[in-house]
Design a protein around this ligand. Structure first.
Ligand SMILES: [Zn+2]
Length: 120
């Protein structure tokens, strides 16, 4: 069985790889790969978080609040990076990303298909 220490190390390793410079990734295929890598790192981090909580509830380990905060921040960072990447992809494909809800609308849309906000 994997310990949370191993899971935390793995999650950090994945996040370190995935979190690297997203801005100089121009190519669409590379952007999509980057999003998938970030999602993988998010899943690994969530697993590590879950293991931390599980072990603490079982009484095997004391819940380390600092570690929890660090992992939560890591997930937020990766999720934000993915939002930026997705917005860049949408912009490049001519789609209009809504500033209110983030929905990717067709290039000709005047209003957001999701929330109705004017897109001009
Ligand atoms: Zn919207």
């Amino acid at each position: 069985m994997k310990t949370w220490e191993e899971l935390v190390c793995k999650a950090k390793e994945l996040a370190g790889e995935a979190g690297r410079k997203v801005t100089d990734v121009a190519d669409l295929a590379k952007q999509k790969i980057k999003i998938a890598e970030n999602e993988k790192a998010i899943r690994a981090t969530l697993e590590a978080l879950g293991r931390l909580l599980y072990d603490s509830r079982r009484g095997d380990e004391e819940l380390q609040e600092e570690m929890v905060a660090e992992l939560v921040a890591q997930i937020d960072e990766l999720a934000a990076a993915n939002e930026d990447l997705q917005a860049a992809i949408d912009n490049n494909s001519g789609k209009k990303t809504c500033v209110v809800c983030g929905n990717a609308n067709p290039s000709g849309a005047a209003f957001c298909n999701n929330c109705g906000k004017s897109l001009d």
